[in-house]
Design a protein around this ligand. Sequence first.
Ligand SMILES: [Zn+2]
Length: 77
Amino acid sequence: MQEIKFFTIDLYKIKGRGEFGCPKCGIKISPDDKTEDAYTILEPVMKGDCLDKIILQCNKCGSQIHLTGFQFLNIIR
Ligand SMILES: [Zn+2]
């Protein structure tokens, strides 16, 4: 059975437009990528009315990535 790795990415620490590489396999993941070829959104986590984090799964290596830092960025749509 394959072990699932968990990573946390803080968008606030990423320069640029929220694009980052998967911490395990390095595939480029961009929140602007609407095709979701590289990743699948598993679950958006709300804290009150605000988006707290988004849990993604990398489609290449299967890692789960917890995307945090939305309170610092105005990318909530
Ligand atoms: Zn990956």
